[in-house]
Design a protein around this ligand. Structure first.
Ligand code: AMP
Ligand code: MG
Length: 497
């Protein structure tokens, strides 16, 4: 019997399956030395969930570890190889160019979690990049991930944001350097599979598939058509994720295949943002000039990305390529139906429906259509529906420029509600638990990041506290639920690296 590994002072008990089982799929490498690491924010609750000791991490040596300058006992830092379709064009070699996976821990719930440092310095995959990250994007990823988690949508999460004490050049500016310690169910991406498929490394691809199955679909271990079933499960996980995003108005902004996980968690919060006024064509990212990753396109893009995953698995689906393509195509085609069902389930709950009826899809579409082009705030319009159930229509009518245009829809909706006889107060309460009051509103995110850049973390902390409880209306935080003032103008996001 091998001795049980014991936790060090920080609580780390690493069990690094990726390093151990997938030699040749990564390059071992270390973070760069750091001038003056300082933990800006530590996610204490998450640290505890991971079995770590927050007090020990909140020390100078903890800061060095979280910045990548010191390797904790049992860690095996490495940069993962991956490829990816970026805005439709294929790059055969991307990989962790500014991040290292330091290892895996088993959390308090028995789940394996990656601990990964983003911005810890150059790796063999850096190409021309500096391997660094800067404060604004690191804090943005921290905030957005925690907001997403609180909304109940699967996501990678921030364990810590650590300032490096150095200045990093970004365009014409020098910005404070920072490292994000990120936790994920795994960092396997569609692009990880594409990397080995593009090189024709079928044995490695099979090895990777088996690893992914062991990690995310252990029920499939040893099953004869498990590559196909793994594809099916990954499609289901992504359909569910996309339904979650769509239900809260989230726009990822850079849905490249290297930014799409196998686990079904949201990853890589770059130019992402929550939609304010409802408009399916909404795009915030300055690099997305064609609107490829617009709000309304996201499910179709996810399906396109899953087709790229399916292509890498063909050899394991059937020996005859034609047959494999036919089977995989049908599987990817099923995304639509799975997504629709997931989405409709979420939207029904948002409308306060507790039963299913054939006309519900049209009812949801009817509401969205009534909001479109009316300047209606997506989040607040849904939240206002519970008020209508409580007998107050003012908040909903105030959302749209022409309130009378809502009347017909409202009549149909209320007739539908009457069919599933739930007491109004109980229904309204259930709706409040599904329609958030607080999302990380773009103007507030920008204000919090600007304050943090000048050394004031209070607005960031306040916003984080508000979005960490998105469903509980609190009078003191009323302005956090208000749309951006007109002076904020058209919002643009940047792929902050
Ligand atoms: P992302 O846009 O963060 O999804 O990254 C896309 C690819 O570019 C990945 O291979 C990253 O590792 C790489 N990359 C992004 N920023 C940097 C940087 N500052 N230095 C090196 N590589 C980078
Ligand atoms: Mg990425």
């Amino acid at each position: 019997m091998s001795p049980q590994p014991t936790a060090d002072a920080f609580g780390f008990v690493f069990d690094n399956s990726y390093a151990r089982d997938l030699e040749g799929f990564y390059v071992t490498c270390h973070g760069a030395p750091v001038v003056a690491p300082e933990i800006l924010r530590l996610n204490t609750a998450l640290a505890v969930e991971l079995g770590l000791n927050p007090a020990a991490l909140n020390t100078p040596e903890g800061a060095r570890i979280l910045a990548g300058a010191s390797v904790p006992t049992g860690a095996a830092p490495l940069a993962m190889a991956y490829a990816g379709h970026q805005f439709g064009g294929f790059s055969a070699q991307l990989g962790d160019g500014r991040a290292v996976l330091i290892g895996e821990v088993i959390d308090q719930n028995g789940l394996r979690r990656d601990i990964h440092l983003k911005g810890s310095g150059r790796t063999p995959f850096s190409r021309g990049g500096d391997g660094k990250a800067v404060l604004g994007p690191v804090l943005r990823e921290y905030l957005m991930g925690e907001a997403m988690h609180a909304l109940g949508i699967p996501t990678t999460r921030a364990l810590a944001a650590t300032a490096t004490g150095e200045l990093v050049r970004r365009d014409a500016d020098l910005q404070p350097g920072a490292v994000l310690a990120r936790v994920a169910a795994s960092h396997l991406r569609v692009g990880t599979f594409q990397f080995f498929a593009a090189r024709g490394e079928t044995d490695r691809l099979r090895q990777l598939t088996d690893y992914a199955i062991a990690r995310h679909d252990p029920d499939l271990i040893g099953q004869p058509d498990n590559a196909l079933l793994f594809l099916r499960n990954t499609i289901k996980r992504q359909a569910k994720l996309l339904a979650g995003w769509m239900s809260v108005g989230f726009i990822h902004g850079v849905m490249n295949t290297d930014n799409m996980t196998i686990s079904g968690e949201t990853i890589d919060y770059g130019p992402c943002a929550f939609m304010d006024q409802y408009d399916p064509a909404t795009v915030f990212s300055s690099i997305d000039r064609q609107g490829r990753y617009a709000y309304g396109n996201q499910p179709a893009i996810a399906q396109w990305n899953l087709a790229r995953l399916a292509e890498t698995l063909l050899d394991f689906i059937a020996t005859d390529t034609e047959a494999a393509i036919r089977i995989a195509t049908a599987e990817v085609g099923a995304f639509d139906e799975i997504f629709e069902a997931e989405w409709l389930g979420l939207m029904r709950a948002k409308l306060g429906l507790t039963t299913a009826a054939p006309e519900d899809d049209a009812l949801v579409q009817g509401f969205l259509k009534a909001l479109d082009g009316q300047g209606a705030d997506f989040t607040n319009s849904f939240r206002a529906l519970a008020d209508v159930v409580r007998g107050q229509t003012g908040a909903l009518r105030a959302q749209v420029t022409d309130p009378d245009s809502l009347s017909d829809w409202q009549e149909g909706w209320q007739a539908r509600l009457a069919c599933d006889g739930v007491a109004p107060d109980i229904r309204a309460e259930a709706m409040d638990a599904r329609n958030p009051v607080y999302i990380p509103r773009n103007h507030l995110v920008e204000a919090a990041l600007a304050a943090a850049a000048s050394g004031d973390m209070a607005p960031f902390d306040q916003l984080l506290a508000v979005v960490a409880q998105p469903f509980a209306a609190r009078a003191a935080f009323r302005h956090y639920a208000e749309p951006a003032p007109d002076s904020f103008g058209q919002y643009r996001t940047f792929c902050g690296t």
